[in-house]
Design a protein around this ligand. Structure first.
Ligand SMILES: [Zn+2]
Length: 94
């Protein structure tokens, strides 16, 4: 059970409420979106958890590790996509 004052909520996560998320893995993030280095909640490094599942919103603005996804799914009411439609091109040129 996650408390409302969990330290991980101190990060800039408010805008993630109700977002669509795609599942992926750390390897794909590392290869395709190297600007995403840490879980936005707990700040775990993508590089350290390359073989875990990670979750990213459609705009590729951040990434969420497997543990935080599980912990905050109820609170944030995420809508899970199938992961096939990740538009990795989107962040190029940013
Ligand atoms: Zn995390």
């Amino acid at each position: 059970m996650v408390e409302q004052d969990d330290w991980r909520l101190l990060n800039d996560v408010e805008q993630l409420k109700g977002q669509y998320l795609n599942p992926t893995d750390g390897e794909d993030i590392f290869d395709n979106a190297p600007h995403l280095k840490h879980c936005i909640f707990c700040l775990d490094s993508v590089n350290d958890y390359r073989h875990q599942h990670w979750y990213i919103p459609i705009d590729l603005s951040c990434c969420i590790c497997e543990n935080c996804y599980k912990d905050f799914n109820d609170m944030f009411m995420w809508k899970l996509l199938d992961g096939w439609d990740i538009d990795w091109e989107k962040q190029q040129g940013v």
